[in-house]
Design a protein around this ligand. Structure first.
Ligand code: SF4
Ligand code: SF4
Length: 656
């Protein structure tokens, strides 16, 4: 047995699905961590700088979207990779230049079932719009944009800033019904994203003194003039149209309308899913097709909206496609969820068929694409003049954001192979049409059922310390909530202290074992219990549930009172750590200058020489019951965690 399991101290955690809440980090913390990591560890938010996308000066990957030049057509689709400020920066570092921000809506107090992402094979989810309050989303998106501005100004890509390759475009996403989109809250949210000067100035004031050189940066404040409209399943055509008109006319935005794959019709979708691709266990429901936008009304709506957009000097695009609603047949999501949303390989084939059909019917309508995109099919999507081509499912697989640069490298390779410099010339030279692409994808075995194997499990259960150290949980988290830290291995028998006759007397405690130098933790404020790191961890139990969970503040630590967890605060040079382990609460205070540690559960307090982990005295509170024991094993665990996360050689969300 390893670590605390030998003490019976595995992190036992029964979680409440209604409690997991994302808590944004202060701007100063994000800035400090980003620049420290870049300087000391050649990475930013755990993305190694060798995986940053820099682009090749001899090729121009730019495309035009809504009349504006976008440095390349790639980026994260509105989803988990466009929610927190660090996600926005990570998407940009990895090469995303068209960044679709997570959809916001007026109802910003949603309860999303947990786990909400199932990437074991093709990709399913039950999460949809932002989990933050509207005001928090605004702040996160502005922070994300400002982090990109800082990264550019500080030369984090390792070369001078080049606007032709580095300028990002942020795409807003709003939903889901007319009343919500027209509400005062969503209107003022959009207005604040169009002109974010007030938010930018507020955040500028939060730049810490040691980074005062950044206070004079010309941060972008006009963050976006475009929006993608997301609608509920079953939203009537006239309501979709009214929302798009409102966004164009009253909010002055270019609009992309995201369409559902149900537009293809149940027969065609089932034919592809079951007969061509072999996903026989995946079941669609007639009511989802019957209630959704139908083909004829969709074309009529598109014609009217395109005309309206032209008259207003804006551009209408269609986005193909949303995820496909299917019956929940797996055991990952709560059984009470009747449906889930399919993405990944099968959606790619289905959506290419939809592209083909829309292109035939309305060849002049510009199309964005997002459905099962990966590095191999990205160049084909670009060859079809689809732009932007955005991705979500593939970035949730091992490697995370680091998978994105390969998309662009493959596109560059294709362009070089065809002897072209620009995407326009590439589209012409590739001469790929949508029917060829759809037929080719339908015939490609890699999109078929059975081609994706579930991640391998080794039949061992995670505990607080030590694991396979495979690192897979780090990039699998879209929020960068998991992190690595280093500890000194330790294996020893220890004594605990028991209350006897009003005194603390040493008694045999047990054996403490910590074998590995590299340890893994979860920063709970960034974790929404989506479950994705559990899918890819070779051990059982879920890193986010079994590894030490660190909270950013005492407030968030206290808010979630069940389960093990830790919170660290620095008071000058002194570090204070609160911990919950096996249902007991502890406080540890360490002064590195005197090497003194004070560890207490409120009843027994022990003083120790911290570096040696040696007790030098113990005292008992007046109300401590006879026989009560302070477990010094808990001190050894917390001491290892504290020293590990505060190690100045590494930046992490706790020490930022
Ligand atoms: S730590 Fe795991 S469960 Fe938490 S947000 Fe990240 S991937 Fe999801
Ligand atoms: S917790 Fe799991 S995924 Fe993370 S390093 Fe350990 S074994 Fe690998």
């Amino acid at each position: 047995m390893s670590g605390l399991s030998s003490l019976g101290m595995t992190a036992s955690f029964s979680y409440d699905p209604h409690v997991a809440e994302l808590v944004p980090a202060p701007f100063a913390h994000l800035l400090r961590r980003m620049l420290r990591e870049a300087e000391r560890e050649q990475k930013v938010f755990d993305l190694p700088d060798r995986r940053f996308w820099r682009g090749s000066p001899d090729l121009d990957l730019s495309v035009r979207v809504h009349g504006r030049r976008v440095a390349n057509p790639a980026g994260p689709a509105a989803g988990p990779h466009g929610q927190m400020a660090q996600n926005v920066l990570l998407s940009w570092l990895a090469g995303g230049r068209f960044i679709e921000l997570k959809t916001v809506q007026v109802n910003d107090r949603l309860t999303v079932p947990r786990p909400c992402i199932d990437m074991e094979t093709v990709g399913y989810n039950v999460e949809w719009s932002q989990e933050l309050r509207l005001a928090e989303s605004l702040r996160e998106y502005v922070k994300g944009s400002m982090l990109i501005d800082v990264a550019r100004a500080e030369g984090l890509l390792g070369r001078p800033d080049d606007p032709s390759r580095d300028e990002p475009v942020l795409d807003l996403s709003v939903g889901y019904d007319l009343a919500g989109v027209r509400s005062a809250a969503v209107r003022s949210w959009i207005a604040a994203m169009k002109d974010a000067r007030a938010e930018v100035e507020g955040l500028r004031r939060e730049i810490p003194d040691e980074l005062r050189r950044l206070r004079d940066l010309g941060f972008r404040a006009a963050l976006s003039d475009q929006v993608t409209l997301s609608t509920f399943h079953g939203c009537p055509a006239d309501e979709i149209e009214a929302m798009a008109v409102f966004l164009m006319e009253e909010m002055g935005l270019h609009v992309t309308v995201k369409l559902n794959p149900t537009l293809l019709g149940k027969e065609a979708v089932d034919g592809l899913l079951h007969d061509v691709l072999g996903y026989r266990e995946v079941e669609t429901r007639a009511e989802d097709f019957d209630g959704d936008l139908q083909w004829g009304p969709a074309l009529e709506m598109t014609d009217r909206l395109a005309e309206r957009a032209r008259a207003l000097g804006r551009e209408l695009r269609l986005k193909l496609s949303n995820t496909l609603v299917v019956r929940n047949h797996r055991r990952v999501f709560p059984a009470g969820e009747p449906v889930m949303y399919l993405s990944g390989a099968p959606l790619h084939v289905i959506t290419l068929s939809l592209v083909e059909r829309v292109r035939r019917a309305r060849p002049g309508v510009p199309l964005s694409f997002s459905a099962g995109v990966d590095n191999r099919n990205f160049p084909d999507c670009v060859a079809l003049a689809l732009a932007p081509v955005t991705v979500c499912t593939d970035l949730l697989k091992p490697g995370g954001y680091a998978r994105l640069p390969r998309y662009l490298e493959n596109l560059e390779e294709r362009m070089r192979g065809l002897g072209v410099r620009t995407v326009g010339d590439y589209v012409a030279a590739a001469a790929l049409d949508a029917s060829q692409a759809a037929a080719r994808a339908a015939a490609d075995p890699r999109y078929r059922a059975g081609s994706l194997r579930p991640p391998r499990k080794i039949g061992r259960r995670l505990v607080l310390f030590d694991c396979l150290s495979c690192d897979k949980c780090l990039p699998a988290c879209p929020n960068d909530a998991n992190f690595v830290f280093e500890t000194e291995p330790l294996s020893r028998e220890y004594e605990s202290f028991r209350v006897a006759g009003g005194r603390a007397v040493p008694v045999s405690g047990g054996r403490f074992e910590l074998r590995e130098r590299r340890q893994f933790g979860t920063f709970q404020d960034f974790c929404n219990d989506c479950g994705n790191c559990d899918t890819f961890c070779p051990e059982d139990g879920g890193p986010y549930l079994q590894k030490p969970r660190f909270y950013g503040t005492l407030e968030t630590f206290g808010r979630r009172s069940e389960g093990d967890g830790f919170c660290v605060e620095r008071r000058g040079r002194v570090a204070v750590m609160w911990g919950r382990l096996r249902g007991a609460s502890y406080r540890l205070e360490v002064d590195p200058d005197t090497d003194q540690a004070v560890f207490s559960d409120g009843r027994v307090t022990v003083e120790l020489r911290h570096r040696e982990r040696t007790p030098v005295g113990a005292s008992v509170a007046p109300d401590a019951p006879e026989g009560h024991t302070l477990d010094v094993g808990a001190y050894l665990a917390m001491a290892a965690l504290l020293d590990g996360v505060l190690d100045s050689r590494r930046a992490n969300p706790v020490s930022a």
